[in-house]
Design a protein around this ligand. Sequence first.
Ligand SMILES: NC(=O)c1ccc[n+]([C@@H]2O[C@H](COP(=O)([O-])OP(=O)(O)OC[C@H]3O[C@@H](n4cnc5c(N)ncnc54)[C@H](OP(=O)(O)O)[C@@H]3O)[C@@H](O)[C@H]2O)c1
Length: 205
Amino acid sequence: MASSTVLCSYSPRTSNTTSPFICIINTVQHMNLQPTRPHLGLIVAMAENRAIGKDNDLLWHLSSDLKRFKSITMGHPIIMGRNTYFSLPRKPLPGRRNIVLTHAPASLVEGAEVAASVAEVLHLVADEEMAYVIGGASVYEQLLPFVDILEITQVHATFDADVFFPIIDHSEFSLVQEAGPITDEQAALSYSYQTYHRRPHPQHP
Ligand SMILES: NC(=O)c1ccc[n+]([C@@H]2O[C@H](COP(=O)([O-])OP(=O)(O)OC[C@H]3O[C@@H](n4cnc5c(N)ncnc54)[C@H](OP(=O)(O)O)[C@@H]3O)[C@@H](O)[C@H]2O)c1
């Protein structure tokens, strides 16, 4: 049976960001989670209105969030759509298998492995301990049903956008860790880090 626990610790202020609290929630429920294979995570930064991008670009520049993205994904395969891959300032992202969903021939997607379907992506990461879905909107939408862990940077603002993260069914995921709010003074934005784990299936606790 799952029980709820909340543990919080204080992190001191850094030069241009504030990160007052780190909390671990539902620790016991987290430990009961039965991982499935492949173990798939998803990482996204989204606004309060679920906005994630416009004109095939990001909506903000949050340097500590980019560092967190790097530290979470480093060493693991990253899965993305063709638009996201072509939007990267540096590609492929180093130290990770870059897997790109596209119907285009592999020769047009230099530096990455190519998959032509969700099934092919799942096959490509089947033997990996962990892989991360990194966007964009169409790929989040299609792979969300297969994801075990959500790493969300929740930006506390709304943005005009042309791509949005799908609605999360909170009956399927539990919040296990939250840190923030953090203030980025350069970007004039505050944001929080939230980690969700897929709830165990009721018939397979
Ligand atoms: N805030 C964030 O955390 C974040 C993260 C990532 C991206 N973004 C933003 O998201 C936006 C891009 O998202 P998007 O939805 O426009 O594009 P996307 O998901 O990155 O790429 C879409 C393309 O992926 C290919 N694709 C998707 N599903 C496929 C499937 N099942 N089989 C084969 N190919 C498939 C198709 O390429 P082909 O046309 O070549 O077949 C499709 O046109 C950008 O603005 C980017 O900055 C934001």
